[in-house]
Design a protein. Structure first.
Length: 66
């Protein structure tokens, strides 16, 4: 299973930018809408495959006490 590597502000910005790109692509009938769908998807699932090779994560791990 893939663990989340997109969180917080990064996730919010991806959702907003994704929706904006989809609207832009639909309005001007160009391929930016497809790019927006990818960006939106990575924001919604909180996982970005481009972060994996670089070991990047913007998620803060939650620490629980037991």
């Amino acid at each position: 299973m893939m663990s989340a590597n997109v969180g917080g502000i990064d996730r919010t910005l991806r959702i907003i930018v994704g929706l904006a790109l989809i609207a832009f692509g639909a309005w001007f009938l160009n391929w930016w809408g497809i790019v927006g769908m990818v960006v939106l998807f990575t924001g919604l699932v909180a996982w970005c495959p481009l972060y994996l090779p670089f070991g990047v994560s913007t998620c803060h791990e939650e620490h629980t006490t037991r």
